[in-house]
Design a protein around this ligand. Structure first.
Ligand code: 3PY
Ligand code: MG
Length: 258
């Protein structure tokens, strides 16, 4: 099976450089794939109306490079998980995993029996990964459970112990909302930060990966130093927006300077 660079980086404790795609434009995906990320997440949950057909096409585009293609599925449901894994995703990020039952559902959808209940039919995966896909998929495919509610934080131990869960990924804004706080990536609240630290502590305790959505590279470095090694640096949408804003700012500054 095609090697999994992301797992190798995690094993070696080296920083993983993660990108995020909020659009399903083929050429933007290609540009992002060639930028040098170790892994890119296609966001079906909050990306710009990315359904399974378009996600599958983006996966094909990403495979023009050796970037590890991941998908954040729209919800913790087996159907989108099955679609994107069969289409060649190397793993999934699963929203709103709040308790053991949710974790069993998410992990089980990613694993063939007896570990889980994934149905066999790797239509594109067999070309992308190779003929020995079935043999290795259960241990190579990545399943990250999103911790983004108070309930999820309370159940970290139970979630961590479900076979097939590789790690946690914090949704900071949903976590904030669940704590009665306004949604933000960097929330200035002691209890919220304590929850974030509980997630990385639980990951360390159980030998799992911890991730968190961050506001940019500076926050990503800070979180990496705390033990998080799945910290998407930014999405295509934010990159375009920030780049456009900077151009306009520079232009206006130049005009003002005379
Ligand atoms: C959250 O902040 O809840 C997220 O899911 C970010 O992607
Ligand atoms: Mg969320």
């Amino acid at each position: 099976m095609r090697s999994n660079k992301l797992r190798a980086l995690w094993r070696e404790g080296k920083p993983a450089t993660i990108g995020w795609l909020g659009t399903a434009d083929g050429f933007i995906a290609e540009v992002m794939a060639h930028a040098g990320f170790d892994a890119i997440v296609v966001d079906m949950q909050h990306g710009m109306a990315i359904g399974p057909d378009r996600a599958a096409t983006v996966l094909q585009v990403l495979s023009t490079t050796d970037v590890v293609p991941l998908v954040r599925v729209p919800w913790n449901e087996p159907i989108p998980i099955q679609y994107v894994l069969d289409a060649g995703a190397y793993g999934v990020v699963v929203p709103m995993v709040n308790n053991r039952e949710d974790a069993v559902k998410a992990a089980g959808a990613c694993r063939y029996a007896p570990m889980g209940y994934r149905s066999n039919g790797p239509n594109r995966a067999r070309f992308y990964f190779g003929d020995d896909y079935f043999e290795h998929a259960n241990k190579e495919i990545i399943c990250l459970a999103m911790i983004e509610t108070v309930e999820g934080v309370e159940n970290l131990d139970a979630i961590a112990q479900v076979p097939g869960i590789d790690g946690f990924h914090i949704g900071p804004t949903d976590l904030a909302i669940s704590m009665g706080l306004p949604p933000a990536f960097d929330v200035k609240d002691t209890k919220w930060e304590e929850s974030v630290q509980k997630v990385v502590a639980a990951a360390k305790k159980y030998g799992l990966v911890a991730g968190i959505q961050v506001s940019g590279p500076e926050a990503a470095v800070r979180r990496f130093k705390q033990g998080f090694n799945f910290n998407p640096l930014g999405s295509d949408i934010r990159i375009v927006q920030a780049g456009a804003q900077k151009l306009i700012e520079d232009w206006k500054k130049g005009l003002a300077a005379g």
